[in-house]
Design a protein around this ligand. Structure first.
Ligand code: SF4
Ligand code: SF4
Length: 457
C-alpha cells in the first residue's frame, strides 16, 4: 500500500459519499446526473477503486472524524456500486475493522438500483448489517418511463427481484424515488405502491435538470454550478424531465394528505416529513439541503479525488486527492468552508425575508437558477413548491410537535384539544414502551431514527 496520509482529525463531523466504481452503471436512467462524469477522467479505462485507495479512504474517514464521534456511516453509491462485487465490500469491512476507533460505531449503507441483487448479495448484506437504499420510481409503467437499461428496456422487474432478495434475507431497506415530470403526477399511486412493496421509509428526490446549453457554453461535464461568482444573469430553463415547482408542491402535499388519511404517522416514514417535524421541534436539520450552511457532505471518486459535494463533482470543486492530502484537511480547507458558507451567504433577500426560511434556507444551491420577483439571482427553481408544502402542512406539524412536547405520540395530533384538557401542565417527554423499529422515527420527537437516538446501540 502507498504511504498513508497522516491521521489528521477534522474539527467538525463530516460525511463522504463513496463512488467505488465512479459513474459506471449497468443501466441507463434518462435523468441520471452522474453517468456523464466519465468525461472528467477521459484517460481512465477502469473506474474500479483499487485496494490502496480503499484502504487510505477507510483509514482517513474513520481517523478524520472529531474525537467524540459516536458513529459514522460509509455510504456507497454510484454509478452502481454492486458492480464492484462482494469481495470489494469484504475488503472495505476488513479495513473498517483494522482502523476501528474505540467507542465509534461503523455502519454501511448502499444506494443501489437493485437490479443485480442475488442470494449471495442478500446473505452478505444481511450478515454485515448493510442498510440498502433501493431506487424505484413507482409501479411498472411509471418506473420504466425513465429507468431503463442500455437497450431502453424497463428495469422494474429486475428491481422487484432485488426487493424480494431483501425480504428473503431480511435486509433492511429504504426506497428512494426520484420525482420527475412523469411520476410527479401520481403521488397517491406511488405512495400506495411503496407501501405495498413493504417499504416503510420513503425518500423523494425532485429532479431539476438544467437546460444549460441554451444559455451557456457547456462546461467539462455539461453542468453549470451557480455560485456568487457566476451568479446567473437570467432565468435558466430546465428540460422536460424535470419536475415543475407547482408539481413538486402538489406531489408533497398529496403525499402528506395520503399519509394522514391512511393514519400512517409512526408507521411510514417520509424523509421530508420527519425532517420537517424535527425542525418544527427546534432541532437542527439532519439534511444539508434544509440547513443554513452545508459543506460537510463531500464525495470521493474511485481514484481518491475528493469533491465538495456529490452534486458538485466538477473540476472547479475538486478539493484534492487523499493520496496527497488528508481527508480531514480537505474537509476543513478554506475552499470547502467557503463552499458550505456560500449556501447562506448567497441567499437572495427574497429568501431572507421568507416566512419559511428556517425550514428551507434556500434549499440546495445547485438548483438556485431562478430570479426573484425583484430580479435578484439565486432563487431555488422549486421555491414555489416548497412554499406550498410548508404552508399546507404547517398547522399539522405544529400540532404534532405540540403532542410530542407533551409526551404523546405525533399521531395523536387530532386529539390535541382533548389532550390539552387532560394534561393542563405539559409533562416532560417520556420514553415509550411501545415497540419501535430500529429504522423508525424516534418517539422522543428528536426527528432521528430510533436506532440513532433513544434506541442507540
Ligand atoms: S421557500 Fe423559497 S423564498 Fe423561502 S427560503 Fe425557500 S427558496 Fe427561499
Ligand atoms: S450543495 Fe446541495 S446537496 Fe451539496 S452539500 Fe450543499 S445543500 Fe447538500
Amino acid at each position: 500500500m502507498e504511504h498513508l496520509q497522516p491521521f489528521l482529525t477534522s474539527k467538525t463531523f463530516f460525511n463522504t459519499l463513496t463512488k467505488p466504481i465512479g459513474p459506471i452503471c449497468n443501466i441507463d436512467c434518462a435523468y441520471c446526473f452522474y453517468l456523464e462524469k466519465t468525461k472528467l477522467y477521459p484517460q481512465t479505462k477502469s473506474f474500479k477503486m483499487n485496494e490502496d485507495v480503499l484502504e487510505q479512504y477507510v483509514c482517513q474517514y474513520i481517523a478524520g472524524q472529531p474525537a467524540d464521534t459516536p458513529e459514522i456511516t460509509f455510504g456507497w453509491q454510484g454509478g452502481e456500486p454492486t458492480l464492484m462485487g462482494i469481495p470489494f465490500f469484504q475488503s472495505a469491512l476488513k479495513f473498517q475493522k483494522k482502523y476501528d476507533r474505540l467507542g465509534m460505531k461503523i455502519h454501511n449503507s448502499i444506494q443501489t438500483n437493485g437490479t443485480l441483487l442475488n442470494d449471495d448479495w442478500g446473505l452478505f448484506f444481511h450478515d454485515n448489517n448493510f442498510l440498502l437504499g433501493i431506487s424505484i420510481d413507482g409501479p411498472e409503467a411509471i418506473h420504466d418511463h425513465f429507468r431503463y437499461d442500455k437497450k431502453r428496456r424497463g428495469t422494474f422487474r429486475q428491481v422487484m427481484r432485488g426487493l424480494e432478495i431483501c425480504q428473503k434475507y431480511k435486509v433492511e431497506f429504504n426506497t428512494l424515488t426520484v420525482v420527475q415530470s412523469h411520476n410527479g403526477e401520481h403521488p397517491v399511486q406511488i405512495y400506495d405502491f411503496l407501501k405495498e412493496i413493504g417499504s416503510t421509509f420513503f425518500q423523494f428526490i425532485p429532479i431539476v435538470e438544467h437546460a444549460y446549453h441554451r444559455l451557456m457554453a457547456p462546461r467539462l461535464d455539461g453542468m453549470i454550478y451557480p455560485s456568487k461568482e457566476n451568479a446567473l444573469e437570467s432565468n435558466i430553463s430546465v428540460n422536460e424531465r424535470s419536475t415543475g415547482p407547482e408539481q413538486w408542491g402538489r406531489f408533497l402535499n398529496k403525499t402528506f394528505d395520503r399519509w394522514l388519511k391512511k393514519e400512517d404517522i409512526g408507521k411510514i416514514f417520509v424523509r421530508d416529513f420527519d425532517l420537517r417535524l424535527s425542525m418544527v421541534m427546534g432541532m437542527p436539520s439532519s439534511s444539508c439541503v434544509n440547513a443554513q450552511t452545508c459543506g460537510r457532505e463531500s464525495a470521493i471518486e474511485h481514484n481518491g479525488d475528493l469533491y465538495s459535494c456529490d452534486h458538485y463533482v466538477h473540476e472547479d470543486y475538486l478539493l484534492g486527492n487523499i493520496k496527497q492530502q488528508s481527508l480531514a484537511e480537505m474537509m476543513d480547507s478554506e475552499q470547502q468552508i467557503k463552499f458550505g458558507n456560500d449556501k447562506y451567504e448567497t441567499l437572495p433577500q427574497f429568501c431572507l425575508d421568507c416566512d419559511y426560511l428556517k425550514y428551507c434556507w434556500g434549499a440546495c444551491p445547485k438548483d438556485r437558477i431562478k430570479k426573484t420577483p425583484q430580479g435578484e439571482s439565486g432563487l431555488h427553481y422549486l421555491c414555489e413548491g416548497y412554499k406550498a408544502f410548508y404552508s399546507h402542512t404547517e398547522p399539522y406539524f405544529q400540532k404534532m410537535a405540540e403532542c410530542l412536547r407533551m409526551g404523546y405520540f405525533a399521531e395523536e395530533w387530532k386529539n390535541l384539544a382533548a389532550l390539552k384538557e387532560r394534561v393542563p401542565h405539559p409533562k416532560p417527554l417520556q420514553k415509550t414502551t411501545m415497540k419501535v423499529g430500529r429504522n423508525d422515527l424516534c418517539r422522543c420527537g428528536s426527528g432521528k431514527k430510533y436506532k440513532k437516538c433513544c434506541g442507540h446501540e
